[in-house]
Design a protein. Structure first.
Length: 277
């Protein structure tokens, strides 16, 4: 059944993927659709492909809508109010961790090995903060064949990051030096760049979803441990620091609380839906 609410969920994921350090996979977990999303992408080439397409269409519409219409707003927020913006996402991310731990029943399922996996995942993602990304590269203007190849593989790698909780696809774009070009293409509707990056993202999503499906079926507790570690590590990456402006600090705290409450309410709503079913 076509779920209109998934359009809003897709928009939320699209917004998150515009922000370096924030993962669309994490937001999918917050929204309670992560495993359904992985199953749908993985099932596109199965006999039940129609059912999966119906699930993905509203999500895709929401993501595309956010990328094409809200990219200007996100650029403005990051330029004018980066601290409150990042604190809102910090609240969302921290708010989902207790739900994930409860989902996997960590007190009964976690062994010392799983805690090691969790710490390793956290350290791996947190270590990306050592990569200097404060100096943006210039927007690519005259694109050659090699530039399009780079954009294609950047989309491929970024999509693998987007679907993994805690790892930001936008951060991958930053590392590869194409983030300003991709954001500018979305803002100016540069179809050549959008189609090239989109093709790489599409292929990467399909391949990565198959890997995650395998890991969740064979090593569910270990996979959850690593994903929770990724999310914890992303807190270090996203944390923007605190300025000396008291009003800005107040707004940031408010944004953080709003994000945390949003994660709690979304988790509560999804739990209610599960109980009803």
């Amino acid at each position: 059944m076509f779920q209109w609410s998934n359009i809003l969920k897709g928009m939320t994921m699209g917004i998150s993927d515009l922000i370096p350090g924030v993962s669309g996979g994490t937001i999918a977990l917050v929204l309670g659709i992560y495993q359904s999303l992985i199953a749908a992408i993985n099932g596109l080439f199965s006999k039940q492909w129609k059912k999966h397409v119906i699930f993905l269409i509203p999500l895709g519409l929401g993501i595309v809508c956010a990328l094409l219409t809200i990219s200007h707003l996100v650029e403005w927020l990051l330029a004018r109010y980066p601290q409150p913006t990042f604190f809102f996402f910090l609240g969302l991310i921290i708010g989902i961790i207790p739900t994930l731990l409860k989902d996997i029943n960590y007190k009964q399922t976690f062994t010392p090995f799983h805690y090691v996996l969790l710490v390793m995942g956290a350290v791996l993602v947190a270590a990306t903060i050592l990569v200097k990304d404060n100096e943006m590269t210039a927007i690519m203007s005259s694109l050659g064949q090699s530039d399009y190849v780079l954009l294609f593989f950047a989309g491929w790698l970024a999509s693998s990051a987007m679907i993994l909780p805690g790892i930001s696809g936008s951060f991958i774009f930053l590392l590869l030096g194409v983030y300003p070009t991709v954001i500018n293409a979305l803002s100016t509707l540069n179809l050549h760049v959008i189609i090239t990056v989109g093709a790489g993202i599409s292929i990467g999503l399909v391949l990565t979803s198959k890997l995650i499906t395998f890991l969740l079926s064979k090593f569910k507790t270990g996979t959850y441990a690593v994903m929770i570690g990724f999310i914890i590590g992303s807190i270090v990456v996203i944390y923007p620091g605190i300025s000396g402006d008291s009003f800005l600090f107040f707004i940031s705290v408010l944004a953080f609380i709003t994000g945390g409450l949003s994660a709690y309410l979304l988790s509560y709503i999804e739990l209610k839906k599960t109980v009803v079913k």
